[in-house]
Design a binder for this molecule. Structure first.
Ligand code: PMV
Length: 335
C-alpha cells in the first residue's frame, strides 16, 4: 500500500549552520524556525525492488534528477534503515522504495525546498511503517534531519526548535514544537531578487563553517543567549525583541559564511539595499524584520498589523519575484 504525505518549508529565525558530524547531519548549534503554510510538497512512497525517484515540476512535467540528487535520496534511505535498526525495527522499511515528488515550490527562489522535501519524506516513511512501529514526532524529526538538518523542523506546525544536544548517536539531535500555528499569526513576505542557482548548496556550505574564525563565538552566543531570547520573544509575542535577535543571528551567520574558506557570499547588492530600506521602515515604527538563508532572497517577517504595508513595499520592487506565506501547520499524511 502506498502512502502520501504533505509538508511545507520552514524559515529559521535562529539559523542552523555547521555540523558536529556531517555524515549524520548532527548540527553544532541549536536553531529555531517558523513553519510556513505554503508552498506545499507532496510525496507518495511505495514499495519497489530498487530506488526510483520521480520528481514533477509545478506544471506536472517530469524533472530530470541528477546523480547527486538520487544519491542523496539513497543515502537518506540507508540512514533511515540504520536508525530503525537502532530502534529494533530494521525490517519495518522495505528493501527499496519508489518516490513520486510533486513540489509547488518554484525552483531556486531561496525557499527551503530540501526542508519541505525531507520533512515530507520523513512523514511518508513514518506512515509506511506505522503498523510495524509508531514513530512519535521527535523520532520523525530525526528521520527528516538525516536528509536535511532543517527538515527536522518542518514536521511541526507553528514554531519549532532543533536541539543540537551532544554525542554521535544517530538520534542525538532532534526537534520539538515550541508553539503551534495558532499562537502568533506572523507573515513571511518573500522578495526574490535573483533566480540564479546558488553556487554552493547548504550541504557543502555546512562543512566550511568551522574554518571561520567567528564560528565558535557564534555557537556560544546561540547556546548561552540567542536561542532562548528568540523563543521567549515568540512565546511573549514581543516583536521588538524578536526583530533584534533574528537580525543579529542572520547577519552573524552571513559573517561566518563570508569569513569561511572558501568564502561564501550569498547576499547581493540588492539584498543589502532592501535591508537598508527595511531599516528605514522599522524606524517609522513598522513591525517588520528581515532574515536571509543561503541565498540573496529576503524574508520579511511581519505582524498582521504591518502586513499590508510590507506587501506594498515588496510589490514596489523592480525585477523581483514576490511570494507570500504565513505561519502554518506541519507535515501530515494525506488520506
Ligand atoms: O537543512 P540544510 O542543510 O539545507 O541547511 C539549512 C541552512 C539554512 O537555511 C541557511 C539555515 C536554516 O536553519 O534553515
Amino acid at each position: 500500500m502506498s502512502i502520501t504525505a504533505q509538508a511545507t518549508p520552514n524559515i529559521a529565525l535562529i539559523k542552523y549552520w555547521g555540523n558536529r558530524n556531517n555524515d549524520l547531519r548532527l548540527p553544532a548549534g541549536d536553531s529555531f524556525s517558523m513553519t510556513l503554510d505554503q508552498p506545499v510538497v507532496e510525496i507518495t512512497v511505495d514499495h519497489s525492488p530498487t530506488l526510483v525517484v520521480d520528481s514533477y515540476e509545478m506544471d506536472g512535467t517530469l524533472k530530470i534528477l541528477t546523480e547527486k540528487h538520487i544519491t542523496r535520496f539513497q543515502k537518506h534511505l540507508d540512514l533511515t534503515k540504520k536508525y530503525l535498526t537502532k530502534l529494533g525495527k530494521a525490517q519495518a522499511i522495505p528493501e527499496s522504495v519508489k518516490l513520486s515528488i510533486r513540489s509547488k515550490i518554484p525552483p531556486s527562489i531561496g525557499l527551503a525546498s530540501s526542508a519541505a522535501v525531507f520533512g515530507c519524506l520523513a512523514k511518508a516513511y513514518s506512515g509506511l511503517i506505522e503498523k510495524e512501529i509508531a514513530l512519535d514526532l521527535r523520532q520523525q524529526s530525526v528521520i527528516g534531519r538525516l536528509g536535511s538538518g532543517s527538515a527536522a523542523r518542518s514536521l511541526y506546525g507553528g514554531y519549532a526548535a532543533l536541539w543540537a544536544k551532544s554525542g554521535d548517536e544517530i538520534d542525538s539531535s532532534y526537534s520539538e514544537q515550541i508553539a503551534d500555528e495558532n499562537h502568533w499569526n506572523l507573515h513571511d513576505i518573500i522578495i526574490v531578487p535573483s533566480h540564479e542557482e546558488k553556487k554552493v548548496g547548504s550541504t557543502e556550505g555546512h562543512a566550511t563553517a568551522w574554518s571561520s574564525p567567528h564560528y565558535e563565538k557564534r555557537l556560544e552566543a546561540i547556546r548561552t543567549r540567542r536561542q532562548q531570547e528568540c523563543i521567549d520573544a515568540v512565546l511573549k509575542h514581543d516583536f521588538e525583541k524578536l526583530q533584534a535577535v533574528v537580525e543579529e543571528d542572520a547577519l552573524d551567520m552571513h559573517n561566518v559564511m563570508m569569513t569561511s574558506t572558501p568564502s561564501l557570499k550569498y547576499l547581493t547588492d540588492e539584498t543589502y539595499r532592501i535591508m537598508d530600506e527595511i531599516d528605514e521602515l522599522k524606524g517609522n515604527g513598522l513591525e517588520v524584520l528581515y532574515t536571509m538563508d543561503a541565498g540573496p532572497t529576503v524574508h520579511l517577517f511581519c505582524t498582521d498589523a504591518a502586513r499590508a504595508q510590507v506587501v506594498d513595499y515588496a510589490k514596489s520592487q523592480k525585477n523581483c519575484t514576490i511570494f507570500e506565506a504565513k505561519v502554518g501547520p506541519g507535515a501530515c499524511i494525506l488520506l
